[in-house]
Ligand binder design. Structure first.
Ligand SMILES: Cc1cc2nc3c(=O)[nH]c(=O)nc-3n(C[C@H](O)[C@H](O)[C@H](O)COP(=O)(O)O)c2cc1C
Length: 180
């Protein structure tokens, strides 16, 4: 079994999402782990030419489980993670259109676990709920290619040290339940 471990936080040692992805990967204790740090080794913005190199897509398709660190930057995914998503949403490889115009996801059978970290709160009914384009976007993107992702979230990270500590502890507890 192969795990693809992706990180996209720019905050290094201070990163919440990196703590969570590391813990998830440790809990899964699989044989082979491929770590792709999208900040240390960023992918270029997409160009048409990028489609001739399918190494990023092949790496995704070869993984049984994909663990993704997804901090919220300006209400959505970091552009580093968007550049990776741009490589894996490929017609004919991860999705296709049927004759009736509906979409068939071609990447099902993979487990995708996303560690979200957000500075504020975006739950249903909260004032900022309409600005939540991180979890909703990732759910949509993976759904499109046939995968229902699992989420672990640490919220309120920017509120203060106590809220941060509690959110991280709760999320780490969630990880253990998820791996059990
Ligand atoms: C460049 C930048 C943009 C951010 N934008 C948002 C935002 O739009 N909404 C939010 O709730 N928090 C925002 N935050 C706070 C982060 O989501 C929060 O600090 C989170 O913990 C980041 O993940 P990390 O700890 O793995 O880096 C932003 C942080 C940075 C550095």
């Amino acid at each position: 079994m192969t795990i693809l471990h992706l990180d996209s936080s720019i905050t290094g040692e201070n990163s919440v999402s990196r703590v969570l992805t590391k813990h998830i990967v440790e809990q899964l204790a699989e044989n082979e782990v491929v770590h792709r740090d999208l900040v240390a080794a960023p992918l270029d913005h997409l160009t048409l030419g990028a489609f001739t190199d399918s190494s990023v897509l092949d790496e995704f398709l070869a993984a049984d489980t994909v663990v993704i660190g997804a901090p919220m930057y300006n209400f959505t995914v970091p552009s580093q993670l968007k550049a990776w998503l741009d490589r894996i949403l490929v017609a004919g490889r991860t999705f296709r259109y049927r004759e009736d115009g509906s979409v068939e996801g071609l990447a099902s059978g993979k487990r995708v676990i996303v560690a979200l970290s957000r500075g504020g709160f975006y739950g249903e009914g909260s004032p900022a709920a309409g600005l939540e384009h991180l979890e909703t976007y990732l759910r949509g993107v993976f759904g499109f290619i046939g995968i229902t992702p699992e989420f672990v979230a640490a919220d309120g990270i920017a509120v203060g040290p106590e809220v941060r500590e509690r959110a991280v502890a709760n999320a780490l507890g969630e990880v253990e339940r998820l791996a059990a």
